[in-house]
Structures are given as C-alpha cells and as structure tokens.
Design a protein around this ligand. Structure first.
Ligand code: PLP
Length: 406
C-alpha cells in the first residue's frame, strides 16, 4: 500500500496540534474519513436530498436508489443472503439494542440463561440488562486468561437446557483479542442456541462473511470503518427477522395503520422506523469502496506490522510498561499503563505532543475490573498510520513518562 497516497485522501491528517503534526491513534473509537466518503455526504446534501421511499418525484427516487444500492453493497460485502437481512441503524449500539429488545424479548423468559463474555463493550451488556430487569433471566459471563484469550472450556461448559442466546464481540475494543467466533457460533448452534456478534471492532480490520460464520445477527458501525457517523448495520437471518416484533414504531415500518390495527412493512423496512440517515447510508458504500480499493488483507497486514513494531519497542524501551491483551493474532490495539502513572495524565500530556490516544475504561468497566485496573491508555492503528508516527509515539511516551515519573 502507498501510505502517503492514502494519507493524502484524509485532509484531517494535515492538521497540527500545539504546533506538532497530528498523530491520530484513536482509531478504535472512530477512524478518520477519506475525501470520497466526505464527497458522497456533500453530494447527498447538494444534489439529491429528498426523503426516501415516500415520493414519486425524481429526487426522492434518486435518494432511494442511493440508499438501496448501499444496502446491496453492504449485503455483498458481508456476504449476506439477501438485502432483506440488512437493517440500517444509527450504529452498533442501536443494532444491539434492537436485537436485545426484539429478539431477546421473544426468546428469553424468566429463569432462562444468556451467555456474554467479560470483554464486552457496554453496548453488548446494558441492553441485555435492561431486558433482564424486565424478564428475570440470568446472565452468565465467559472469563478470559492472562493474555486476554477467552476461556473456551468455560464457554462450552456454560450451556444448559435453559440457555436461549449467546452474544459476544468478534474483537475486543480494549484487548484487541479476536475471538474464535465461527467456533463459538458452532458450539452455540450445537445446543440449538442462536448467536449475536458485535462486529464493531472486526469490520474495519478483517473480512466478514456472515454466512461462513453462520452468525444469526452481526452488528457494526460505519464510523469505525472510514465511513460517516450515525450509521450502522444490523445483519440478521431472515428466518429470525420475519418472526421478530418491530423494535420502534413510526413511518416507513408499516404496511397499513388504523386505530384498530396496524400491519408492518416487509423486511428490512419493518425495522427501519422513521427517516433514516439516507445520506450517511449512501456514503457508507463509499467507505466500503475505499476498503476494497486498498484490500482488507493489505490493511490488516499493514496494521499488524505497526502493532508488532510498536509493541516490541514499547516493551523493550519503556521501563514499567504493562500491555493488556497479548492474544495471538490480536488486532492493532495496544492498551497499556506505565508504572503507576495515571492514564489521564499520560493521555493529556501525549495530546500536548500532538498524539491522540484514548484513556479511561473504554466502555468496558467489567473488563477493567477483571484485569484489575480502573482504566488504561489505548493506542490503535488504521490504514493511514505510519512507522514514523509509531516512532514519534514511542519518543513522546519516553518524554511523557520521564516528566510524570520525575
Ligand atoms: N461494540 C464495540 C466492541 C465497540 O468497540 C463499540 C464502540 O467503541 C461499540 C460496540 C459501540 O459502537 P457505536 O458507539 O458506534 O454504537
């Protein structure tokens, strides 16, 4: 990959902070957006803005075509069987809330069991807890080992005749661990249990094939994969979506409405109440074009090179360095602490050197508890990061560490 050429597509990377070049290492939280995606948003507002699905007029039809061709693009990209299985949401969080509320509400009864893992983002914990508080089922949690690898024996042993659902991250946003989701899904299915996958951290870094995984549901966010904010995708198997009740009510999701009885639209519209972010949705297809132009395998190889190089230098050159997450094949996320330096202090001083990393609990407080810390500093890489940026990051870490330890 020609990194300099790729970087030229991201104008934000030319910014300077505190008179230093911006080094953006907070890609796990959100990635930056290439010109082609920004242009699709601008074009949407300047040439084709009209509400989708409701109009006979030309603009509305053009806007609808753009949205529906994005749905086709997403379907191909994740190898779903049909466009009916692609539901546009505001993001992974809304997708998981939809599944918990609608599918969970249909599947889980008092006394039943749901399996999650300890490395889940709050988006894959709290929606289930909201439901549990209404219904009264039990949440079981798969633990991890010291490297951040899931305890698969514990997972296998958790299934009982009361297990109705499992839900887990494809990749951890803190540890970088890539879970063996195909195997986990197969185990769940061998017990007749459907599986929900939170793919927020996998979609930007690896090829997703929902049919090969045999996932029942798969959720991800556009803004983490070079796309626009406010758009996400929920893939769901048609056989489940057909049976599930709507998540929200309103326009677009109905077939007919009277005060006596309402009937619902066909899939996927049954789950898309109200005006969607149709401009963002059409820009998502440009983000997929961007990823495919680079090649997801090339992106992953580049990110892994940065991960290995940076990890090695951090461990070798910075005394007191602790990295959380050493799973083989992890994705390019480095969560760390140095000595007893507080993560906020580290993050604030790195920012003054132009380096944007994230600090805190990363919406994974149960995981923080499990690894025995209150928060960590997290650096994460994307296609446009360079070895030179990694060198600058290491130099900055040394400087900041020396200041904070003096
Ligand atoms: N799941 C994981 C693993 C994440 O990393 C995130 C965001 O960081 C989410 C879910 C929530 O994504 P969003 O805020 O885009 O809905």
């Amino acid at each position: 990959m020609d990194i300099q050429k790729i970087r030229s597509e991201f104008p934000i990377l030319e910014r300077r902070l505190y008179n230093k070049p911006l080094i953006y290492l907070d890609n796990t939280a959100t990635s930056q957006t290439p010109d082609s995606v920004v242009k699709a948003v601008v074009d949407g507002y300047t040439t084709t803005k009209a509400n989708v699905h409701r109009g006979v007029h030309t603009l509305s039809q053009e806007a609808t075509d753009l949205q529906e061709s994005a749905r086709r693009r997403v379907r191909e990209w994740i190898n779903a069987g049909s466009e009916s299985e692609i539901i546009f949401t505001r993001g992974t969080t809304e997708a998981l809330n939809l599944v918990a509320s609608s599918f969970g509400g249909m599947m889980l009864r008092e006394g039943d069991e749901l399996i999650l893992t300890v490395m889940e983002h709050h988006a894959n914990i709290v929606p289930w807890q909201l439901l549990r508080d209404r219904i009264g089922f039990t949440i079981k949690v798969v633990p991890i080992d010291g490297r951040g690898v899931l305890d698969m024996d514990a997972y296998r042993g958790m299934f009982t005749e009361r297990t109705r659902l499992v839900s887990f991250a494809h990749a951890s946003n803190v540890l970088g661990t890539v879970n063996p989701v195909r195997e986990m899904i197969a185990i769940a299915h061998s017990h007749g249990v459907p599986a929900v996958v939170d793919g927020a951290q996998a979609a930007p870094h690896m090829r997703i094939d929902v049919r090969d995984l045999d996932a029942d549901f798969y959720a991800f966010s556009a803004h983490k994969m070079y796309g626009p904010t406010g758009v996400g995708v929920l893939y769901g198997k048609e056989k489940w979506l057909e049976k599930m009740p709507p998540y929200q009510g309103g326009g677009e999701m109905i077939e007919s409405v009277s005060f006596e009885k309402t009937t619902y639209a066909e899939l996927p519209y049954k789950f898309e109440a109200g005006t969607p972010d149709f401009i963002g949705i059409s820009a998502l297809s440009k983000a997929i074009d961007f990823i495919e132009r680079l090649g997801i395998d090339n992106i992953a190889a580049h990110e892994h090179q940065l991960l290995d190089y940076t990890t090695r230098r951090m461990m070798d050159e910075i005394p007191g360095m602790r990295i959380f997450g050493q799973a083989p094949g992890k994705c390019a996320i480095i969560s760390f602490l140095v000595g007893d330096i507080h993560h906020y202090d580290m993050g604030m001083l790195l920012d003054k050197l132009g380096i944007e990393v994230r600090t805190g609990h990363h919406c994974a407080q149960p995981l923080m508890h499990a690894i025995g810390v209150e928060g960590v500093v997290r650096a994460s890489f994307a296609a446009y990061n360079t070895i030179e940026e990694s060198d600058a990051f290491i130099a900055a870490l040394k400087r900041v560490t020396a200041i904070l330890q003096s």
